[in-house]
Write a protein that binds this ligand. Structure first.
Ligand SMILES: Cc1cc2nc3c(=O)[nH]c(=O)nc-3n(C[C@H](O)[C@H](O)[C@H](O)COP(=O)(O)O)c2cc1C
Length: 128
């Protein structure tokens, strides 16, 4: 049966695409996804808030993410879709550009905000 699918301008052999999760942090898992029939894979997300985290234990360098994209491109034949969640306009633009340069075939914009501060009124959050 021909399950060929056109998605984001990519010609995929099927619509089976594992979504973003920590599973794609390990390249072995990405290879296993391809072997199991995945037509593309959405990588786990890069969160700008983690990149800029004040607490060192929460900080995640973007370099690791970009290297991971590049490693994915050389390890599997299926398209790699990166996933990005930013909190500033400059962050969206610069990380999107760097992810593209690292070789990602497409980029998922992971747009949501979890309000965590009790002292910020709802009206301000709605305006963000
Ligand atoms: C453990 C776990 C981690 C996830 N991590 C991410 C992530 O990093 N970025 C993202 O955009 N979605 C993430 N998701 C959301 C999934 O990609 C997916 O959109 C969600 O699970 C809904 O699909 P489902 O109904 O098939 O579970 C995660 C989901 C789970 C369960």
């Amino acid at each position: 049966m021909d399950l060929t699918t056109n998605y984001l301008g990519l010609c995929l052999r099927s619509p089976l695409v594992p979504s973003a999760s920590p599973l794609s942090e390990k390249m072995d898992n990405v290879r296993r996804m391809e072997q199991a029939g995945a037509a593309a894979v959405v990588f786990y997300s890069l969160f700008e808030e983690e990149v800029d985290a004040v607490a060192p234990e929460c900080r995640v360098g973007p370099t690791t993410y970009l290297e991971h994209i590049a490693e994915g491109k050389s390890s599997v034949g299926i398209p790699i879709i990166a996933s990005l969640n930013c909190s500033t306009l400059g962050g969206w633009l610069s990380y999107a550009r760097r992810i593209t340069e690292a070789g990602a075939d497409a980029l998922e914009l992971n747009i949501y905000k979890i309000p965590t501060r009790n002292d910020v009124p709802g009206s301000i959050i709605e305006n963000i």
